[in-house]
Design a protein around this ligand. Structure first.
Ligand SMILES: [Cu+2]
Length: 143
């Protein structure tokens, strides 16, 4: 038994740095404001890049939504507008804030309704095709 355990732990030590580098993004405070049934919703969060390379999120999907886009919000002639963007790029050591009035993940074509306290399973995909899974908590619109 001991003989099999030792090589296994050595193998884990060897692959640990590779895993850490591959998993350089940390997601905190992921949340989604409640919306009337059938309406699109937004995903907000903080994305921390703890790695040594920039990471570009270029695509996303979410359980319960037919379509997901990356959006920014801008003011144009005093009017708030949302625009689709190609990528969310997080530089090494940077924390990118996705927040109301700014960058967000747009959750489109809801296939069911979500209420306060529900968790939305999100997957963000970088330009290497690497997938990052996280959970976004539905919260009341005003808090
Ligand atoms: Cu949007």
């Amino acid at each position: 038994m001991l003989r099999t355990l030792i090589p296994l732990s050595l193998a884990l030590l060897l692959i640990a740095p590779a895993l850490a580098e591959k998993d350089a993004l940390r997601f905190t405070d992921a949340w989604t404001p409640e919306a009337p049934p059938g309406r699109m919703m937004a995903g907000f969060m903080e994305i921390h890049n703890t790695g040594s390379e920039p990471v570009a999120i270029v695509d996303a999907r979410a359980d319960g939504f037919g379509h997901v886009e990356l959006h920014n919000t801008t003011m144009e002639d005093g009017v708030m507008r949302m625009r689709r963007i190609d990528a969310l790029t997080i530089e090494p050591g940077q924390t990118l804030m996705l927040e109301p009035g700014g960058l967000h993940v747009m959750l489109i074509e809801p296939q069911r309704s979500f209420r306060d306290g529900d968790q939305i399973a999100l997957v963000l995909i970088d330009d290497d095709g690497r997938e990052y899974s996280l959970s976004s908590e539905v919260r009341p619109r005003r808090r």
